[in-house]
Design a protein around this ligand. Sequence first.
Ligand SMILES: NC(=O)c1ccc[n+]([C@@H]2O[C@H](COP(=O)([O-])OP(=O)(O)OC[C@H]3O[C@@H](n4cnc5c(N)ncnc54)[C@H](O)[C@@H]3O)[C@@H](O)[C@H]2O)c1
Ligand SMILES: [Zn+2]
Length: 605
Amino acid sequence: VGASAGCPELVPVVAKKRMADLGGEIRYHDDLYYRGARPVVSDAAYDRLLGELLRLEGCFPELADPASPTAGVGSSDKEKLTVAHEGPMLSLNSTVGSEAVEALLRRLAQHRIGEPLLVQPKVDGLPVELLYKKGRLVSAATRGDGLSGEDVTERAGRVQGIPRQLIPPFPERLAVRGEVYADLPLFAAAQAGKTQEEWYSTPRYLAAATLRTGNPDPWALAALRFFPYQLVNPLSLGRTLESERQALQRLAAWGFPVAAAESRTARNLEEIRAVYRHYLIHRSEQPFAIDGIVVKADSLSLQKKLGEGRRAPSWAAAWKFPPATVRTTVVGIDWSTGRTGRRTPVAEVAPVTLGGISVARASLHSEAEMVRLGVSAGAEVIVALMGDVIPQIIEVVSRGPHPPGPLDLLTEAPAIDACLSDSPQCREQFLARALHFVSNKGLDIPGLGAGRLRTLIEAGRVTDLPSFFELQESDLAFLPGFGADSARQVSESLAAARRPPVSRLIRAIGIPGIGPANAERLGSHFPNLEYLAAAGVEELSAIPGLQSERAGNVRAFFASSGGQKLLKRLRLLGIVEPPEEPESAAITTTHRRGSFSAVLPPTLK
Ligand SMILES: NC(=O)c1ccc[n+]([C@@H]2O[C@H](COP(=O)([O-])OP(=O)(O)OC[C@H]3O[C@@H](n4cnc5c(N)ncnc54)[C@H](O)[C@@H]3O)[C@@H](O)[C@H]2O)c1
Ligand SMILES: [Zn+2]
């Protein structure tokens, strides 16, 4: 039971489970955020999860998972992390509000009082580490897992503001960190007149996508700039260097675009707050997207004394801005149908620009939220950019002429096997299921977006999920925008996806309540979908971390007629291995266990 103040009173088994659930959830969001730069929740929602996990780990250190997402930074495909960093490349302790900065001030006060602090804008882009040998840029890497990153040297060398050759005199070896960001005026100009599907959702996404692709858009590369914020191991460069400020001056002398004006000094919270306000007010006039300010101890020896934790240095902290907002009018309410059949309201608003992106639709989360806020056509509302990506209505300034409603909404939960195949009433929900099936959350088949899927479904080429495996190149070749090459690529990807890892297949078919973490649990327990389908609630409930409600969902899904049909089709197409004895309906647990080895590849036996 948690002892220290502010710790929840949980029995260890409950605390451990909560920590495991939080860890799985956070890993999932990390993956979307760092790997694809495509988050699905707001930063605030993400920070709440991380905050809760950090707190629980503080309260129950003996229960903490050594591989917890709090033990490192970021997430990436490990095999791409080919460049080792000069030292750990960490995150920052940050809060919306001044808490993290106040905690930094308390830590500093314990050491020395009155040390000047450095305050910089927190530039929202992609962090990179640059390595120079004999003045020449020899490598550039993303943050990756903090210890090594992806090699982006070729593109980095073409970014304005990253010198390929330093101005002498320079040290033999030099490592510099900074943020590669998209210049906002160039980003906005290039964005104009393009549809949302064609374009980069945010400046940060543009920077991440452009730097990490082998074949970048020339204009996007031309929009990139560099904001250097750290000289790595400055104390190794000689005793003359004492402060962060001096280090920045050195960077300028070597040819980096260090705008000294961007770094201010402050001595206390009031002075920091003044800088914070300045940047908050002048946020939109900056050439880069800013998501807060960063406060650092200026003295390098003090930095060294304070050291760093596993996730973040102890000598710095970030004070993040609240989400950007804008005022607009609701034009109408649009209902979208998710793959589980849940309908969510989306507000169509008079188009406005917010944080560099054009907003015409804003999320309302749920009908309950819509009713609570009183959102209807004609209402004047405040839209906020959650996580700097998802526009959401947070407040109604004045109501529309008619209250929300009539609520022609589903009141009962949809059937567990609803719309696993196409039919006129199921079109939208099946489309959502199909989209999920081939998305990177499912089988990950690039090139099949909503528009193309709709064409395939309307043409009767895709009638249920397994029909993807029956698609011929000729079915694909007639899709809008598809040539022979893209048709072949998609058909090759589909062929390659015929033997997905079980967890991926579980995720792809979309059993209600089974997200990535649960799919992982189920997949590591059952080496074949057949065994999962045959498992009883009792066996499912015994899987560590799987709630009994979820176990019930899995059971109900495979017992339903839709689930049975799906399994049968997958079996016929050879996507799942047929059970050893298809005739025996009642396969016992021991029998299933016993037959595990039969389906494992020889190397795993
Ligand atoms: N919405 C999601 O699903 C999701 C998922 C993962 C992370 N996130 C967000 O990202 C945050 C964590 O990401 P992070 O680890 O990149 O941390 P962060 O972006 O909050 O802060 C650390 C980074 O700030 C950058 N930075 C910019 N200007 C700087 C300056 N002047 N000095 C020093 N550093 C500067 C550096 O790149 C550094 O790595 C979370 O708090 C969360 O808000 C969101
Ligand atoms: Zn960031």
